[in-house]
Unconditional design. Structure first.
Lengths: 281, 566
């Protein structure tokens, strides 16, 4: 089956301020693919380039070289008008629930925004908004209210509803639960899973949290400094990592069990000592 | 928009100035109907005569009726002001929108053009323009419009570039909206209000400028103008002093009205609801404790029945922490876990007596080494803070002063609390920087905060916290803002330091993994109350309270199996 999204040797450079300074290479030849209906997790710390990869797929970051193929079509260097046409198949959920919704628009206006472009009639748009609010388990009178009347978790649900408005094939989720509380996180992740089961949409799920990614993804890519260092099935990468960086990442995240955490800490220290010996050797 | 309008109408200066300006505009529009005489008819017998029954405001030096001239002059002023405003607004707003939204080329052009225009002295340019273009007021005010367009440009540019980076604009682009649509829907709303306020101010300025040019005698003498009338009155000030009064009032009151309108609009924008006058409370005042503190002799810190509240504008108190009780023993790490809004940070701040303004301890006691911190004066508390109780914050970068080097910020508390000399303090600081794992202490000592990474800045703050050898360390989510690998190292550091110095630690966090890693005891907070407290091992093995259980159920790492690292 041909992949829904196929990224090959993607390189992204950001210009650096200053006279004749070399550009900053955010992505150094990254390759991965997303099959229809699959969830691919993208894990990394700050500076790894995971957000840049998501933005490049969405057309929000400049592509220096390499290719991004979506539904058998090259989208890496599309013009603005052609990019707009993709909106019905490729959508996004951003990290910050507090700034990804325009504070002066009502929920209904926010959810109807993607529909405006498709020239959907007013009555139809209102129906669709009601369907979407239902799909994300928000009350139907939420449409008349402003974003500031909702909590972070609820706003994130609105962001998810907006992404679903046009029935996309792929949704890029850029750390959608990082800014949320523990119990809200769990609920929003359950919603994300439920939507995938119901609609068969694929996700490119970017996160810094291995646990979140393990919970949700079929395959996982681990990024470090603009490169993918490990790429494989979720159960392998997140539970039995091979690459030393993934192992460090895995051991560094504290686990909520004092006994296990002590073992993990000892393991991590042993690994660090080994690394130090190798470096000095 | 409608709320701004409503707020404006409620403001007395707003509605007063608005009414005045409406009267001015109406009198300009209806001047031919209102003026009792023809403004250009010269009555030779009545020159410079004072107010009379026939000529209500008197006559000027050519015998014209002052009142009629004033009304027609108002017309000219209104038209000229409108002309300036329209030209300045159209130029400034369009260029500001393009520059702010698209950046690059438009931004470069816009910045260069506006900087150039603003560098020119306006009056000199206008005088030069007059000499080239002739006495026409319209041409001169058009030039002035161009000269003052940069004011609009800057306001619009900063508003738009602030919005351009917002995620909801990115989301609109991904949703497939075209640029004009995005600008109309998301960007213009931000620009409207500041542009309107600016327009009011600029209108006032342009009235003054055009009157000034006419006063200097550079205006069209065939048309009545306020400045021209003022000039005429000024020339004849000893013969007919009242002549100066009428145009002065016209110019002065109109400028004042525009300025007041601009102020009222700005107030309306800033939602300045004046808080009701309240009796000033002494800082961190304490109500009588609900129960007398029973100090546990072993305990370093004993919080009993602590309640913290904030004053509402209407005088009631909003309680954010209620009846909290916890104990931290010497050498013990006590975790305080809860979700956002649970009150855990408020509890930590109230122990440090660092609550934001409006917050105070409304009940309970905080016993530290036998003393009740809640009852200490501000001066006594300053001696305790930093020396006996130290604090590690969540955001390292916002807690370092960007204008001073790292070294000077480390040295200062040591010199104050420990009385060390500068050389001794520096030596101790370098030792601490090495201890917290900074690879090059000398270089970091002389560096500025923006040159450090988040992890390094947090290490610096930890060094600062332990520099005065405190007994108790309060850490407020010290690793939340850090990457997970850096987090692990910082937690290691905290553990080692704590063991070495036998400090008591109160660790505020929302992460159960951190509690499992570092803490001996844990208290779970929810909605301002502590719902469960106890040793970490027993609480994690068998949580009793349903809220704690629900939190554990939400923790993801529990649900999947764990394999050993290869």
């Amino acid at each position: 089956m041909s992949p829904l999204l196929d990224v090959k040797d993607l390189v992204v450079d950001y210009p650096v301020k200053g006279f004749r300074k070399p550009p900053f290479r955010a992505l150094r030849g990254v390759s991965l693919d997303v099959q229809p209906g699959e969830c691919v997790g993208l894990v990394g710390e700050s500076g790894s380039g995971k957000t840049t990869l998501g933005r490049a797929v969405l057309g929000l970051a400049p592509v220096t070289s390499g290719s991004i193929t979506f539904q058998d079509r090259e989208i890496g260097r599309l013009g603005r008008a052609e990019r707009r046409a993709l909106a019905s198949d490729l959508q996004v959920v951003f990290q910050d629930p507090y700034t990804s919704l325009n504070p002066s628009l009502t929920i209904e206006q926010i959810l109807a925004e993607p529909l405006i472009v498709r020239k959907v009639g007013k009555q139809q748009a209102r129906e669709r908004v009601r369907e979407l609010l239902d799909a994300v388990h928000l009350p139907s009178d939420a449409g008349r209210r402003l974003p500031r009347e909702f909590s972070g978790g609820q706003r994130q649900r609105v962001a998810i509803a907006r992404a679903l408005a046009l029935d996309p094939r792929l949704i890029v989720c850029d750390e959608p639960v990082s800014a949320l509380d523990l119990s809200t996180q769990a609920r929003v992740l359950d919603l994300v899973k439920e939507i995938q089961a119901r609609t068969g949409v694929a996700y490119l799920f970017v996160s810094h949290d291995l646990d979140v990614v393990r919970h949700l993804s079929h395959r996982v890519a681990v990024m470090y400094r603009g490169e993918i260092v490990e790429w494989g099935a979720s159960a392998d990468v997140t539970v039995r990592p091979q690459h030393p960086y993934t192992q460090r990442l895995f051991l560094a995240a504290p686990v909520a069990d004092p006994v296990k955490q002590e073992q993990r800490r000892a393991e991590r220290r042993r690994l660090e000592a080994l690394d130090k010996m190798e470096v000095s050797a | 928009m409608t709320t701004l309008w409503r707020r404006l109408l409620r403001n007395p200066t707003g509605i007063g100035s608005l009414i005045f300006l409406v009267v001015v505009v109406l009198s300009a529009v209806f001047a031919p109907l209102l003026a009792p005489h023809d403004p250009n008819t010269a009555n030779a017998y009545d020159t410079l005569s004072g107010p009379s029954g026939k000529y209500w405001l008197g006559n000027d030096s050519s015998g014209h009726d002052v009142l009629s001239r004033l009304l027609f002059a108002t017309r000219l002023s209104v038209v000229l002001t409108a002309e300036t405003l329209v030209i300045a607004a159209v130029l400034g707003i369009v260029l500001g929108l393009l520059a702010g939204y698209y950046g690059k080329f438009f931004e470069a052009v816009g910045t260069a053009a506006t900087s150039l225009l603003q560098a020119l002295p306006a009056i000199v340019v206008l005088l030069a323009a007059k000499s080239v273009l002739g006495p026409s007021d319209f041409a001169a005010m058009a030039v002035f419009g161009v000269l003052i367009a940069p004011a609009f440009y800057r306001v619009v540019y900063s508003a738009v570039s602030a919005v351009r980076g917002e995620l909801y604009v990115d989301a609109a682009r991904v949703s497939g909206l075209s640029d004009p649509r995005i600008i109309g829907r998301h960007v213009l709303t931000v620009v409207r209000a500041p542009a309107i306020v600016l327009a009011a101010n600029i209108a006032g300025i342009s009235v003054a400028i055009s009157a000034g040019l006419d006063f200097l005698g550079l205006g069209d003498p065939s048309r009545p103008s306020w400045g021209g009338m003022l000039n005429d009155g000024f020339t004849n000030i000893f013969t007919a002093p009242l002549l100066v009064l009428w145009p002065s009032l016209a110019i002065g009151l109109t400028c004042i009205a525009f300025a007041l309108l601009g102020n009222a609009l700005r107030d309306g924008l800033e939602r300045a609801d004046a808080p009701k006058r309240r009796r000033r409370h002494p800082p961190a005042a304490v109500g009588t404790p609900v129960v007398q503190a029973v100090p546990d002799d072993d305990a370093l810190l004993s919080v009993q029945h602590l309640s913290v509240g904030y004053d509402n504008p209407d005088g009631t108190v909003k309680t954010v922490v209620e009846g909290a009780a916890l104990t931290v023993r010497r050498g013990e790490v006590h975790g305080l876990i809860g979700e956002s809004g649970s009150g855990k940070t408020q509890t930590a701040f109230s122990i440090l007596r660092l609550l934001p303004s409006g917050g105070r301890i409304v009940g309970g006691s905080i016993t530290f080494e036998g003393r009740d911190l809640a009852g200490l004066s501000a001066k006594e508390m300053t001696a305790v803070r930093g020396k006996k109780i130290a604090y590690v914050p969540q955001e390292p970068m916002s807690n370092l002063d960007p204008s001073f080097t790292v070294g000077s910020q480390l040295v200062e508390p040591m010199r104050i609390h420990l009385g060390l000399s500068r050389a001794d303090a520096k030596a101790k600081a370098l030792g601490l920087l090495a201890r917290v794992g900074i690879p090059n202490p000398e270089r970091t000592f002389g560096a500025y905060p923006h040159e450090l990474s988040g992890g390094m800045a947090q290490r610096v703050l930890i060094a600062g916290a332990v520099s005065c050898d405190p007994e108790l360390l309060i850490a407020d989510e010290p690793t939340t803002a850090l990457d997970v690998t850096v987090q692990a190292e910082v937690l290691d550091l905290l553990r080692d330091l704590q063991r070495e110095r036998q400090m008591g630690v109160l660790l505020v966090t929302h992460n159960f993994g951190v509690v499992a890693d570092l803490c001996d005891r844990v208290s779970v907070m929810r909605a301002g109350r502590i719902v469960e407290t106890g040793p970490v091992r027993s609480i994690f093995a068998d949580p009793r309270h349903e809220y704690t259980q629900s939190l554990f159920a939400a923790v993801l790492s529990h649900n999947e199996g764990e394999g050993a690292v290869a």
